[in-house]
Design a protein around this ligand. Structure first.
Ligand code: NAD
Length: 251
C-alpha cells in the first residue's frame, strides 16, 4: 500500500504497460484514473469490482481540450492529482523503416502524441501539483532513445525528447517539490507485441542476444520502478532515467 491515499492518472492505462501500471497502482492503494482513447471503462470497472479505486476517462493526450477535460474530471471526482504517469504513446504499431522512407505525416503523428501530448499532460497537472507543493511525474521513454536504435527514427526522436523533457521539467518543477523521472524499458512482451508475431520473434532474438540477463521482459518488470518513483522512497530523486531491460542499455 505504498500509494495509499494518492490520486494517479495513468495515460494509455487500458492496455500494455499502462494496464500493468494502473493495476499495480490500484493494488498499492492509489485512486487510479485510467485515461485512454478506448478501453478504460472495462479496466476501471474490473478494478472497482475487485474492490480497488478506479475511474475511467476517455482521453486523447494529443488534444488540448481533451487533456484539460481529463484533469478537470480527475480533480472534480478525486479532489486532486498527485501522480501523473505519461505512458500513452504510439509504440506497438511502429514498424521498422529506413529513415529515408518515413513521411512528414508519420513524424508529425508520433511527435504529436509521444512528445507534445506528454507536455500537454504535464502542463495540465502542474497548477494542481504546484498548489499542493507536491507531485510526481513519471514518463515512459525507451531504451531505443539511449541506444539510437535504427529503423524507427521518428519514434526514437520522440522518446529522446522525453529524456530531455524529464530533465528540463525536473529543473522547472523541483522548486514546488514536484519530482520528475522516467523509465526506459527495453523490448517488452506486451499483448500487442506478442500479437505481432513476426516482428516480436525478430526483435526478441536480437534483444536476447544483446542483453546480459537472458530472458524476455514482461509488463510486470516495469511496474516496480514506476511505483518506486511514485512512492515516498523516491522523495529525493528527480531528473533520473532508469533503464529496465535486463542490462541491455545503461548510462
Ligand atoms: N512495450 C515496449 O516494448 C516498450 C518499450 C519501451 C518503451 N515503451 C513505451 O511504453 C509506453 C506504453 O507502451 P505499450 O507497449 O504498452 O504500447 P501499446 O501500443 O500497447 O499501448 C499504448 C496505449 O496508449 C494509448 N494511446 C495511444 N495514443 C493515445 C492518445 N493519443 N491518447 C491517449 N491514449 C493513447 C493506446 O490506446 C494504448 O492503450 C509507450 O509510451 C511506449 O513508447 C514500450
Amino acid at each position: 500500500m505504498r500509494l495509499a491515499g494518492k490520486v494517479a492518472i495513468v495515460t494509455g492505462g487500458a492496455r500494455g504497460l499502462g494496464l500493468a501500471i494502473s493495476t499495480r497502482f490500484a493494488k498499492e492503494g492509489a485512486s487510479v484514473v485510467i485515461a485512454d482513447l478506448s478501453g478504460a471503462d472495462e479496466v476501471a470497472a474490473d478494478l472497482v469490482k475487485q474492490g480497488y479505486k478506479a475511474l475511467a476517462i476517455q482521453a486523447d493526450v494529443s488534444s488540448e481540450e481533451s487533456v484539460a477535460a481529463m484533469v478537470e474530471k480527475t480533480v472534480k471526482t478525486c479532489g486532486t492529482v498527485d501522480i501523473l504517469v505519461n505512458n500513452a504513446g504510439i509504440a506497438s504499431t511502429v514498424m521498422p523503416q529506413p529513415f529515408e522512407e518515413l513521411t512528414v505525416k508519420q513524424w508529425r503523428a508520433i511527435l504529436d502524441v509521444n512528445t507534445v501530448g506528454l507536455w500537454l499532460c504535464c502542463r495540465a497537472v502542474s497548477p494542481h501539483m504546484r498548489a499542493q507543493k507536491a507531485g510526481r511525474i513519471i514518463n515512459l521513454t525507451s531504451s531505443t532513445a539511449i541506444r539510437g536504435a535504427p529503423f524507427m527514427m521518428h519514434y526514437v526522436a520522440s522518446k529522446g525528447a522525453v529524456i530531455a523533457m524529464t530533465r528540463a521539467l525536473a529543473n522547472e518543477l523541483g522548486g514546488d517539490n514536484i519530482l520528475v523521472n522516467a523509465v526506459a524499458p527495453g523490448y517488452i512482451l506486451t499483448d500487442s507485441n506478442v500479437a505481432n508475431a513476426d516482428m516480436s520473434a525478430k526483435v526478441s532474438a536480437i534483444t536476447l542476444q544483446r542483453r546480459p540477463v537472458k530472458r524476455h521482459g514482461y509488463p510486470e518488470d516495469i511496474v516496480g520502478t514506476v511505483v518506486y518513483f511514485a512512492s515516498e522512497d523516491a522523495g529525493f530523486v528527480s531528473g533520473e532515467i532508469i533503464s529496465i531491460d535486463g542490462g541491455g542499455t545503461y548510462h
